[in-house]
Write a protein that binds this ligand. Structure first.
Ligand code: XMP
Length: 509
Protein backbone atom coordinates (compact mmCIF):
# COMPACT_ATOMS: atom_id res chain seq x y z
CA UNK A 1 0.00 0.00 0.00
CA UNK A 2 1.78 3.14 -1.18
CA UNK A 3 -0.54 5.82 0.17
CA UNK A 4 -2.20 6.08 3.56
CA UNK A 5 -5.22 8.34 3.93
CA UNK A 6 -5.80 9.41 7.52
CA UNK A 7 -9.50 10.03 7.96
CA UNK A 8 -10.12 13.16 9.97
CA UNK A 9 -13.88 13.05 9.49
CA UNK A 10 -14.41 14.47 5.99
CA UNK A 11 -17.40 13.53 3.88
CA UNK A 12 -14.90 13.41 0.97
CA UNK A 13 -12.50 10.81 2.43
CA UNK A 14 -13.86 8.02 0.19
CA UNK A 15 -13.58 10.35 -2.78
CA UNK A 16 -9.84 10.75 -2.10
CA UNK A 17 -9.54 6.97 -2.27
CA UNK A 18 -11.61 6.82 -5.46
CA UNK A 19 -9.50 9.52 -7.13
CA UNK A 20 -6.34 7.61 -6.25
CA UNK A 21 -7.87 4.41 -7.58
CA UNK A 22 -8.67 6.26 -10.80
CA UNK A 23 -5.02 7.32 -11.02
CA UNK A 24 -4.00 3.68 -10.55
CA UNK A 25 -2.97 3.68 -6.89
CA UNK A 26 -4.22 1.56 -4.06
CA UNK A 27 -4.63 3.33 -0.75
CA UNK A 28 -5.79 2.58 2.75
CA UNK A 29 -8.01 4.71 4.96
CA UNK A 30 -7.28 4.61 8.72
CA UNK A 31 -8.44 6.66 11.69
CA UNK A 32 -5.65 8.79 13.22
CA UNK A 33 -5.25 6.63 16.31
CA UNK A 34 -4.38 3.55 14.23
CA UNK A 35 -2.13 5.37 11.78
CA UNK A 36 1.27 5.66 13.48
CA UNK A 37 1.82 2.00 14.17
CA UNK A 38 0.72 1.13 10.64
CA UNK A 39 3.06 3.73 9.10
CA UNK A 40 6.05 2.45 11.05
CA UNK A 41 5.33 -1.10 9.97
CA UNK A 42 4.37 -0.50 6.34
CA UNK A 43 6.39 2.59 5.37
CA UNK A 44 4.00 4.12 2.81
CA UNK A 45 5.37 6.46 0.15
CA UNK A 46 2.93 9.20 1.03
CA UNK A 47 0.34 10.24 3.60
CA UNK A 48 -2.81 12.24 2.91
CA UNK A 49 -4.67 13.93 5.76
CA UNK A 50 -8.33 14.32 4.84
CA UNK A 51 -10.45 17.31 5.70
CA UNK A 52 -12.89 17.18 8.59
CA UNK A 53 -15.59 19.16 10.28
CA UNK A 54 -13.66 19.90 13.50
CA UNK A 55 -11.66 23.02 14.31
CA UNK A 56 -8.05 22.59 15.44
CA UNK A 57 -9.14 24.49 18.56
CA UNK A 58 -11.83 21.92 19.51
CA UNK A 59 -11.09 19.78 22.55
CA UNK A 60 -12.18 16.67 20.69
CA UNK A 61 -10.47 17.48 17.36
CA UNK A 62 -8.89 14.37 15.75
CA UNK A 63 -5.51 13.64 17.25
CA UNK A 64 -3.08 13.06 14.42
CA UNK A 65 0.31 11.73 15.56
CA UNK A 66 2.74 14.62 15.18
CA UNK A 67 5.63 12.27 14.39
CA UNK A 68 4.30 11.83 10.86
CA UNK A 69 5.75 15.24 9.95
CA UNK A 70 9.28 14.13 10.79
CA UNK A 71 9.45 10.70 9.23
CA UNK A 72 10.69 11.83 5.82
CA UNK A 73 7.41 10.67 4.23
CA UNK A 74 5.65 13.32 2.10
CA UNK A 75 2.41 14.50 3.72
CA UNK A 76 -0.45 16.28 1.96
CA UNK A 77 -2.91 17.90 4.34
CA UNK A 78 -6.27 18.76 2.82
CA UNK A 79 -8.49 21.43 4.44
CA UNK A 80 -8.57 20.49 8.15
CA UNK A 81 -5.41 18.47 7.39
CA UNK A 82 -3.60 21.63 6.30
CA UNK A 83 -4.93 23.62 9.27
CA UNK A 84 -3.73 20.89 11.63
CA UNK A 85 -0.28 21.01 10.00
CA UNK A 86 -0.07 24.80 10.40
CA UNK A 87 -1.40 24.71 13.99
CA UNK A 88 1.12 22.10 15.08
CA UNK A 89 4.00 24.26 13.80
CA UNK A 90 2.63 27.48 15.24
CA UNK A 91 -0.49 27.44 17.36
CA UNK A 92 -1.49 30.98 16.40
CA UNK A 93 -1.53 30.39 12.68
CA UNK A 94 -5.18 29.38 12.18
CA UNK A 95 -8.13 31.77 11.82
CA UNK A 96 -11.29 30.89 13.68
CA UNK A 97 -14.42 30.24 11.63
CA UNK A 98 -15.81 33.76 11.35
CA UNK A 99 -12.91 35.23 9.46
CA UNK A 100 -12.12 32.70 6.81
CA UNK A 101 -15.15 30.55 6.03
CA UNK A 102 -15.92 29.61 2.47
CA UNK A 103 -18.27 27.06 0.90
CA UNK A 104 -18.38 26.51 -2.82
CA UNK A 105 -16.33 27.41 -5.87
CA UNK A 106 -13.30 29.63 -5.42
CA UNK A 107 -10.79 30.91 -7.95
CA UNK A 108 -7.31 29.94 -6.79
CA UNK A 109 -4.08 31.53 -8.07
CA UNK A 110 -1.12 29.16 -8.03
CA UNK A 111 2.58 29.64 -7.68
CA UNK A 112 3.63 27.54 -10.65
CA UNK A 113 6.83 29.26 -11.81
CA UNK A 114 9.52 28.22 -9.37
CA UNK A 115 9.53 24.50 -10.07
CA UNK A 116 6.56 23.91 -7.78
CA UNK A 117 6.00 20.15 -7.84
CA UNK A 118 2.47 19.94 -6.41
CA UNK A 119 1.02 22.36 -8.95
CA UNK A 120 3.24 21.45 -11.91
CA UNK A 121 1.42 21.79 -15.26
CA UNK A 122 -1.52 23.67 -13.75
CA UNK A 123 -2.66 26.99 -15.17
CA UNK A 124 -2.01 30.08 -13.04
CA UNK A 125 -5.65 30.29 -12.00
CA UNK A 126 -8.17 27.50 -11.57
CA UNK A 127 -11.69 27.00 -10.27
CA UNK A 128 -11.44 24.92 -7.09
CA UNK A 129 -13.92 23.69 -4.49
CA UNK A 130 -13.70 24.87 -0.93
CA UNK A 131 -15.70 23.89 2.11
CA UNK A 132 -14.15 25.14 5.31
CA UNK A 133 -14.79 27.17 8.39
CA UNK A 134 -11.34 27.88 9.81
CA UNK A 135 -8.42 28.80 7.55
CA UNK A 136 -4.67 29.33 7.76
CA UNK A 137 -3.79 32.92 8.71
CA UNK A 138 -0.05 32.81 8.06
CA UNK A 139 2.29 30.10 6.86
CA UNK A 140 4.35 28.87 9.82
CA UNK A 141 8.17 28.98 9.86
CA UNK A 142 9.75 26.84 7.19
CA UNK A 143 6.60 26.98 5.03
CA UNK A 144 5.90 29.19 2.05
CA UNK A 145 2.55 30.14 0.57
CA UNK A 146 2.05 28.50 -2.83
CA UNK A 147 -1.56 29.42 -3.69
CA UNK A 148 -4.04 32.09 -2.67
CA UNK A 149 -7.56 33.26 -3.43
CA UNK A 150 -9.58 36.45 -3.07
CA UNK A 151 -6.75 38.69 -4.29
CA UNK A 152 -4.19 37.08 -2.03
CA UNK A 153 -6.23 37.41 1.16
CA UNK A 154 -6.85 33.67 1.72
CA UNK A 155 -3.99 31.16 1.89
CA UNK A 156 -5.07 28.24 -0.29
CA UNK A 157 -1.84 26.22 -0.18
CA UNK A 158 1.49 26.12 1.62
CA UNK A 159 4.50 23.87 1.62
CA UNK A 160 7.72 23.05 3.34
CA UNK A 161 9.67 21.66 0.39
CA UNK A 162 12.57 20.49 2.50
CA UNK A 163 10.42 18.31 4.72
CA UNK A 164 7.96 17.43 1.92
CA UNK A 165 4.98 18.79 3.83
CA UNK A 166 2.15 20.20 1.71
CA UNK A 167 -1.20 21.71 2.59
CA UNK A 168 -4.17 22.70 0.44
CA UNK A 169 -7.18 24.51 1.84
CA UNK A 170 -9.50 23.58 -1.06
CA UNK A 171 -10.44 20.01 -2.04
CA UNK A 172 -8.39 18.63 -4.95
CA UNK A 173 -10.18 15.26 -4.68
CA UNK A 174 -13.61 16.46 -5.86
CA UNK A 175 -14.60 16.92 -9.49
CA UNK A 176 -15.57 20.55 -8.91
CA UNK A 177 -11.87 21.34 -8.58
CA UNK A 178 -11.13 21.57 -12.26
CA UNK A 179 -7.59 20.18 -12.24
CA UNK A 180 -8.57 16.78 -13.70
CA UNK A 181 -6.81 15.12 -10.74
CA UNK A 182 -3.47 16.80 -11.61
CA UNK A 183 -2.74 17.80 -7.99
CA UNK A 184 -3.20 14.29 -6.61
CA UNK A 185 -1.28 12.91 -9.61
CA UNK A 186 1.62 15.32 -8.93
CA UNK A 187 1.63 14.40 -5.25
CA UNK A 188 1.69 10.64 -5.86
CA UNK A 189 3.98 10.59 -8.92
CA UNK A 190 6.28 13.58 -8.64
CA UNK A 191 6.52 13.95 -4.85
CA UNK A 192 6.01 10.44 -3.45
CA UNK A 193 7.50 8.60 -6.44
CA UNK A 194 4.63 6.08 -6.49
CA UNK A 195 4.24 3.65 -9.38
CA UNK A 196 0.72 2.63 -10.42
CA UNK A 197 -0.14 -0.54 -8.53
CA UNK A 198 -3.87 -0.82 -8.85
CA UNK A 199 -4.86 -2.88 -11.84
CA UNK A 200 -8.28 -3.97 -13.03
CA UNK A 201 -7.41 -7.49 -11.84
CA UNK A 202 -6.93 -6.10 -8.33
CA UNK A 203 -10.29 -4.37 -8.43
CA UNK A 204 -12.00 -7.53 -9.67
CA UNK A 205 -10.28 -9.65 -7.05
CA UNK A 206 -11.25 -7.23 -4.31
CA UNK A 207 -14.91 -7.17 -5.40
CA UNK A 208 -14.96 -10.98 -5.40
CA UNK A 209 -13.35 -11.33 -2.00
CA UNK A 210 -15.53 -8.70 -0.35
CA UNK A 211 -18.70 -10.25 -1.74
CA UNK A 212 -17.67 -13.79 -0.77
CA UNK A 213 -16.97 -12.62 2.75
CA UNK A 214 -20.34 -10.89 3.06
CA UNK A 215 -22.21 -13.84 1.57
CA UNK A 216 -20.58 -16.52 3.73
CA UNK A 217 -22.38 -19.81 3.12
CA UNK A 218 -25.53 -18.11 1.79
CA UNK A 219 -27.00 -18.02 -1.71
CA UNK A 220 -27.37 -14.74 -3.56
CA UNK A 221 -29.76 -13.66 -6.25
CA UNK A 222 -28.77 -11.02 -8.78
CA UNK A 223 -31.05 -9.31 -11.27
CA UNK A 224 -29.32 -8.89 -14.62
CA UNK A 225 -30.96 -6.20 -16.70
CA UNK A 226 -28.45 -6.24 -19.54
CA UNK A 227 -27.20 -2.85 -18.45
CA UNK A 228 -23.53 -2.16 -17.83
CA UNK A 229 -23.68 -2.36 -14.06
CA UNK A 230 -25.60 -5.54 -13.33
CA UNK A 231 -24.15 -7.51 -16.24
CA UNK A 232 -20.56 -6.60 -15.45
CA UNK A 233 -21.11 -7.39 -11.79
CA UNK A 234 -22.65 -10.78 -12.57
CA UNK A 235 -19.71 -11.55 -14.88
CA UNK A 236 -17.23 -10.60 -12.14
CA UNK A 237 -18.97 -12.73 -9.52
CA UNK A 238 -20.13 -15.78 -11.52
CA UNK A 239 -16.80 -17.68 -11.44
CA UNK A 240 -16.14 -16.77 -7.81
CA UNK A 241 -19.54 -17.66 -6.37
CA UNK A 242 -20.52 -20.59 -8.62
CA UNK A 243 -23.71 -22.27 -7.39
CA UNK A 244 -24.06 -19.62 -4.68
CA UNK A 245 -25.09 -17.07 -7.32
CA UNK A 246 -28.46 -17.23 -9.10
CA UNK A 247 -28.72 -14.76 -11.96
CA UNK A 248 -32.15 -13.75 -13.24
CA UNK A 249 -33.45 -11.39 -15.83
CA UNK A 250 -36.95 -10.13 -15.18
CA UNK A 251 -38.71 -9.39 -18.44
CA UNK A 252 -40.85 -6.46 -17.31
CA UNK A 253 -42.59 -5.89 -20.62
CA UNK A 254 -40.81 -2.51 -20.79
CA UNK A 255 -37.76 -3.83 -22.61
CA UNK A 256 -36.49 -2.59 -25.94
CA UNK A 257 -36.91 -4.57 -29.14
CA UNK A 258 -34.71 -7.68 -29.16
CA UNK A 259 -33.41 -6.82 -25.69
CA UNK A 260 -34.08 -10.17 -24.01
CA UNK A 261 -32.28 -12.10 -26.76
CA UNK A 262 -29.34 -9.70 -26.66
CA UNK A 263 -28.99 -10.02 -22.91
CA UNK A 264 -29.14 -13.80 -23.10
CA UNK A 265 -26.38 -13.86 -25.68
CA UNK A 266 -24.27 -11.45 -23.69
CA UNK A 267 -24.67 -13.47 -20.49
CA UNK A 268 -23.61 -16.62 -22.28
CA UNK A 269 -20.50 -14.91 -23.58
CA UNK A 270 -19.61 -13.61 -20.11
CA UNK A 271 -20.07 -17.01 -18.46
CA UNK A 272 -23.26 -16.09 -16.57
CA UNK A 273 -25.93 -18.77 -16.18
CA UNK A 274 -29.04 -16.63 -16.71
CA UNK A 275 -32.68 -17.50 -16.25
CA UNK A 276 -35.35 -15.26 -17.82
CA UNK A 277 -38.53 -14.72 -15.77
CA UNK A 278 -41.25 -13.43 -18.10
CA UNK A 279 -44.53 -14.48 -16.53
CA UNK A 280 -45.17 -11.13 -14.81
CA UNK A 281 -45.23 -8.83 -17.87
CA UNK A 282 -48.99 -8.27 -17.73
CA UNK A 283 -48.88 -7.47 -14.02
CA UNK A 284 -46.35 -4.70 -14.66
CA UNK A 285 -48.44 -3.09 -17.43
CA UNK A 286 -51.67 -3.41 -15.45
CA UNK A 287 -50.33 -1.80 -12.30
CA UNK A 288 -48.17 0.92 -13.86
CA UNK A 289 -50.95 1.81 -16.31
CA UNK A 290 -53.12 3.11 -13.47
CA UNK A 291 -51.23 6.41 -13.15
CA UNK A 292 -49.46 9.01 -15.31
CA UNK A 293 -47.47 10.56 -12.46
CA UNK A 294 -43.72 10.01 -12.85
CA UNK A 295 -42.93 9.22 -9.22
CA UNK A 296 -46.06 7.08 -8.77
CA UNK A 297 -45.12 5.08 -11.86
CA UNK A 298 -41.64 4.55 -10.51
CA UNK A 299 -43.07 3.54 -7.14
CA UNK A 300 -45.43 1.04 -8.78
CA UNK A 301 -42.68 -0.38 -10.93
CA UNK A 302 -40.53 -0.76 -7.86
CA UNK A 303 -43.32 -2.47 -5.95
CA UNK A 304 -44.07 -5.04 -8.65
CA UNK A 305 -40.35 -5.52 -9.31
CA UNK A 306 -39.83 -6.14 -5.59
CA UNK A 307 -42.66 -8.67 -5.43
CA UNK A 308 -41.38 -10.55 -8.45
CA UNK A 309 -37.87 -10.52 -7.09
CA UNK A 310 -39.01 -11.73 -3.70
CA UNK A 311 -40.92 -14.62 -5.19
CA UNK A 312 -38.00 -15.57 -7.42
CA UNK A 313 -35.62 -15.38 -4.44
CA UNK A 314 -37.92 -17.60 -2.39
CA UNK A 315 -38.02 -20.19 -5.14
CA UNK A 316 -34.24 -20.50 -5.18
CA UNK A 317 -33.80 -20.25 -1.38
CA UNK A 318 -31.73 -17.07 -1.65
CA UNK A 319 -30.49 -15.41 1.53
CA UNK A 320 -28.88 -12.37 -0.10
CA UNK A 321 -29.53 -10.02 -2.96
CA UNK A 322 -26.61 -8.61 -4.93
CA UNK A 323 -27.16 -5.20 -6.50
CA UNK A 324 -25.18 -3.40 -9.17
CA UNK A 325 -26.09 -0.07 -7.61
CA UNK A 326 -23.51 2.66 -8.22
CA UNK A 327 -22.46 5.66 -6.17
CA UNK A 328 -24.48 7.94 -8.52
CA UNK A 329 -27.70 5.95 -8.00
CA UNK A 330 -27.29 6.15 -4.24
CA UNK A 331 -26.49 9.86 -4.30
CA UNK A 332 -29.51 10.72 -6.49
CA UNK A 333 -31.87 8.44 -4.56
CA UNK A 334 -30.90 10.36 -1.42
CA UNK A 335 -29.31 7.25 0.14
CA UNK A 336 -25.73 8.44 0.15
CA UNK A 337 -24.47 11.75 1.46
CA UNK A 338 -26.83 14.60 2.12
CA UNK A 339 -28.24 15.01 -1.37
CA UNK A 340 -31.89 15.42 -2.29
CA UNK A 341 -34.10 12.70 -3.74
CA UNK A 342 -34.24 13.36 -7.48
CA UNK A 343 -35.86 10.09 -8.59
CA UNK A 344 -36.88 6.83 -6.95
CA UNK A 345 -34.68 4.11 -8.41
CA UNK A 346 -36.37 0.75 -8.72
CA UNK A 347 -33.60 -1.15 -7.01
CA UNK A 348 -32.27 1.16 -4.28
CA UNK A 349 -33.29 0.35 -0.69
CA UNK A 350 -35.68 -2.45 -1.73
CA UNK A 351 -36.69 -4.08 1.52
CA UNK A 352 -37.19 -7.69 0.56
CA UNK A 353 -36.14 -9.37 3.77
CA UNK A 354 -32.91 -10.38 2.04
CA UNK A 355 -29.52 -9.08 3.03
CA UNK A 356 -28.27 -6.65 0.42
CA UNK A 357 -24.76 -6.63 -0.98
CA UNK A 358 -23.76 -3.67 -3.18
CA UNK A 359 -20.22 -4.38 -4.36
CA UNK A 360 -20.18 -1.38 -6.75
CA UNK A 361 -21.49 1.22 -4.35
CA UNK A 362 -18.28 3.28 -4.41
CA UNK A 363 -17.88 3.04 -8.16
CA UNK A 364 -18.81 5.44 -10.91
CA UNK A 365 -20.09 4.55 -14.37
CA UNK A 366 -16.84 5.10 -16.24
CA UNK A 367 -15.04 2.70 -13.88
CA UNK A 368 -17.60 -0.06 -14.41
CA UNK A 369 -17.44 0.42 -18.18
CA UNK A 370 -13.70 -0.11 -17.92
CA UNK A 371 -14.19 -3.40 -16.08
CA UNK A 372 -16.71 -4.62 -18.66
CA UNK A 373 -13.92 -4.88 -21.23
CA UNK A 374 -12.28 -7.55 -19.09
CA UNK A 375 -15.19 -9.91 -19.74
CA UNK A 376 -15.54 -9.59 -23.49
CA UNK A 377 -18.57 -7.37 -22.99
CA UNK A 378 -17.20 -4.48 -25.01
CA UNK A 379 -19.76 -4.37 -27.84
CA UNK A 380 -22.88 -5.15 -25.95
CA UNK A 381 -22.17 -3.53 -22.63
CA UNK A 382 -19.32 -1.05 -22.61
CA UNK A 383 -20.36 0.76 -25.78
CA UNK A 384 -24.04 0.22 -25.22
CA UNK A 385 -26.12 3.15 -24.13
CA UNK A 386 -27.63 2.88 -20.66
CA UNK A 387 -31.28 1.97 -20.32
CA UNK A 388 -33.19 2.52 -17.07
CA UNK A 389 -34.61 -0.39 -15.09
CA UNK A 390 -38.25 0.72 -15.57
CA UNK A 391 -37.42 0.98 -19.28
CA UNK A 392 -40.14 2.00 -21.72
CA UNK A 393 -42.56 2.63 -18.84
CA UNK A 394 -40.67 5.90 -18.29
CA UNK A 395 -40.83 6.70 -21.99
CA UNK A 396 -44.61 7.06 -22.22
CA UNK A 397 -45.30 10.49 -20.85
CA UNK A 398 -48.57 12.10 -19.86
CA UNK A 399 -50.86 9.21 -20.82
CA UNK A 400 -51.45 5.84 -19.13
CA UNK A 401 -49.19 3.03 -20.30
CA UNK A 402 -50.90 0.37 -22.40
CA UNK A 403 -49.57 -2.55 -24.42
CA UNK A 404 -50.36 -0.65 -27.59
CA UNK A 405 -48.37 2.45 -26.58
CA UNK A 406 -45.49 0.31 -25.39
CA UNK A 407 -45.39 -1.26 -28.82
CA UNK A 408 -45.36 2.16 -30.55
CA UNK A 409 -42.52 3.53 -28.45
CA UNK A 410 -40.59 0.25 -28.74
CA UNK A 411 -40.78 0.43 -32.55
CA UNK A 412 -39.86 4.14 -32.56
CA UNK A 413 -36.87 3.49 -30.30
CA UNK A 414 -35.68 0.72 -32.58
CA UNK A 415 -36.05 2.86 -35.74
CA UNK A 416 -34.15 5.80 -34.21
CA UNK A 417 -31.34 3.54 -33.03
CA UNK A 418 -31.03 1.97 -36.47
CA UNK A 419 -30.86 5.40 -38.16
CA UNK A 420 -28.20 6.66 -35.75
CA UNK A 421 -26.12 3.52 -36.21
CA UNK A 422 -26.44 3.78 -39.99
CA UNK A 423 -25.10 7.35 -39.85
CA UNK A 424 -22.34 6.38 -37.39
CA UNK A 425 -23.78 8.84 -34.88
CA UNK A 426 -24.58 6.46 -32.00
CA UNK A 427 -20.96 6.29 -30.86
CA UNK A 428 -20.90 10.08 -30.41
CA UNK A 429 -23.90 10.06 -28.12
CA UNK A 430 -24.02 8.85 -24.50
CA UNK A 431 -27.72 8.01 -24.50
CA UNK A 432 -30.74 8.29 -26.79
CA UNK A 433 -34.11 8.64 -25.15
CA UNK A 434 -37.11 8.06 -27.39
CA UNK A 435 -40.36 8.89 -25.62
CA UNK A 436 -44.00 9.00 -26.60
CA UNK A 437 -45.61 12.28 -25.60
CA UNK A 438 -49.22 11.74 -24.62
CA UNK A 439 -50.57 15.16 -25.66
CA UNK A 440 -52.56 14.59 -28.84
CA UNK A 441 -52.16 17.09 -31.67
CA UNK A 442 -53.76 17.51 -35.07
CA UNK A 443 -52.13 16.26 -38.22
CA UNK A 444 -53.00 15.34 -41.77
CA UNK A 445 -52.22 11.96 -43.27
CA UNK A 446 -53.43 10.64 -46.62
CA UNK A 447 -55.60 13.80 -46.97
CA UNK A 448 -57.42 12.97 -43.75
CA UNK A 449 -57.35 14.57 -40.32
CA UNK A 450 -55.56 12.66 -37.59
CA UNK A 451 -55.37 13.50 -33.90
CA UNK A 452 -52.52 11.51 -32.44
CA UNK A 453 -49.30 11.36 -30.44
CA UNK A 454 -45.80 12.77 -30.80
CA UNK A 455 -42.39 11.26 -30.28
CA UNK A 456 -39.57 13.11 -28.53
CA UNK A 457 -36.01 12.17 -29.43
CA UNK A 458 -33.49 13.22 -26.81
CA UNK A 459 -29.79 12.77 -27.51
CA UNK A 460 -27.26 13.55 -24.79
CA UNK A 461 -23.54 13.51 -24.09
CA UNK A 462 -22.09 12.95 -20.62
CA UNK A 463 -19.39 11.13 -18.66
CA UNK A 464 -21.26 10.45 -15.43
CA UNK A 465 -24.97 11.29 -15.96
CA UNK A 466 -24.88 13.66 -12.97
CA UNK A 467 -24.87 16.40 -15.59
CA UNK A 468 -25.55 16.01 -19.34
CA UNK A 469 -25.23 18.14 -22.45
CA UNK A 470 -27.69 17.95 -25.32
CA UNK A 471 -26.18 16.47 -28.48
CA UNK A 472 -27.43 18.26 -31.58
CA UNK A 473 -28.04 15.88 -34.44
CA UNK A 474 -27.36 16.77 -38.08
CA UNK A 475 -30.45 18.15 -39.84
CA UNK A 476 -30.14 15.33 -42.38
CA UNK A 477 -30.41 12.71 -39.61
CA UNK A 478 -33.31 14.60 -38.00
CA UNK A 479 -35.19 14.62 -41.32
CA UNK A 480 -34.72 10.89 -41.71
CA UNK A 481 -35.95 10.27 -38.17
CA UNK A 482 -39.02 12.48 -38.75
CA UNK A 483 -39.98 10.83 -42.02
CA UNK A 484 -39.47 7.31 -40.63
CA UNK A 485 -41.38 7.83 -37.37
CA UNK A 486 -44.34 9.71 -38.83
CA UNK A 487 -45.04 6.79 -41.16
CA UNK A 488 -46.67 5.21 -38.12
CA UNK A 489 -50.41 6.03 -38.16
CA UNK A 490 -50.37 7.04 -34.48
CA UNK A 491 -47.41 9.46 -34.71
CA UNK A 492 -48.05 13.00 -35.95
CA UNK A 493 -44.99 14.95 -34.87
CA UNK A 494 -41.39 14.51 -33.76
CA UNK A 495 -39.63 16.78 -31.27
CA UNK A 496 -35.89 16.90 -30.63
CA UNK A 497 -34.77 17.63 -27.10
CA UNK A 498 -31.29 18.98 -26.40
CA UNK A 499 -31.98 20.47 -22.98
CA UNK A 500 -29.03 19.98 -20.62
CA UNK A 501 -29.19 18.38 -17.16
CA UNK A 502 -29.65 20.42 -15.09
CA UNK A 503 -32.32 21.70 -15.49
CA UNK A 504 -33.82 18.66 -17.29
CA UNK A 505 -32.96 15.13 -16.19
CA UNK A 506 -31.82 12.63 -18.78
CA UNK A 507 -35.04 10.68 -18.72
CA UNK A 508 -38.40 12.40 -19.06
CA UNK A 509 -39.69 10.86 -15.85
P1 XMP B 1 -31.58 10.82 -15.03
O1 XMP B 1 -32.88 10.79 -15.74
O2 XMP B 1 -31.72 10.68 -13.56
O3 XMP B 1 -30.79 9.55 -15.53
O4 XMP B 1 -30.74 12.00 -15.42
C1 XMP B 1 -29.43 9.30 -15.33
C2 XMP B 1 -29.13 7.93 -15.90
O5 XMP B 1 -29.77 6.93 -15.09
C3 XMP B 1 -30.68 6.20 -15.86
N1 XMP B 1 -31.85 5.97 -15.02
C4 XMP B 1 -32.10 4.82 -14.40
N2 XMP B 1 -31.45 3.64 -14.40
N3 XMP B 1 -33.08 2.72 -12.98
C5 XMP B 1 -31.95 2.60 -13.69
O6 XMP B 1 -31.39 1.51 -13.71
C6 XMP B 1 -33.81 3.86 -12.93
O7 XMP B 1 -34.83 3.94 -12.28
C7 XMP B 1 -33.27 4.96 -13.67
N4 XMP B 1 -33.70 6.24 -13.87
C8 XMP B 1 -32.80 6.84 -14.69
C9 XMP B 1 -31.00 7.08 -17.06
O8 XMP B 1 -31.45 6.32 -18.16
C10 XMP B 1 -29.67 7.74 -17.29
O9 XMP B 1 -28.80 6.90 -17.99
Amino acid sequence: MQILIIDLGSQYTEIIRRSLRYLGYRSLILPPEESLEWIKKNKPKGIILSGGSASVYDQDAPKVPEEIMDMGIPVLGICFGMQWMAYKQDNGSVHRVQEGKSYGPVEVSFETESGNRLFADLPEKLKCWSSHGDSVKNAPDGFKVTATSLAGSVIEAMENGEKNLFGVQFHPEVEQTEDENAILRNFTEKICGCKPDYSKEDIIQEIRERTKKELGSGTAIIGVSGGVDSTTLAAILAPALGEHLKAFMIDTGGMRKGEVEKVKEMAKRAGIHLEVVDKYKEKFVREIGTTIDAEEKRAKFRKVYGEVFQETAKNCHATHMIQGTLATDLIESGSKGNSDLIKTHHNVDLELGLKEIMPLEDFFKFEVRDLAYEFGLEDLVAKRHPFPGPGLYLRIVGVPVTDELLEIVREADDEVSKILIRHGADGLISQIIVALLGVKTVGVKGDGRVYEYSIAVRTVETADFMTVKGFQLDPEICSEIISTLTRHPKIVRVFFDWTPKPPATTEFE
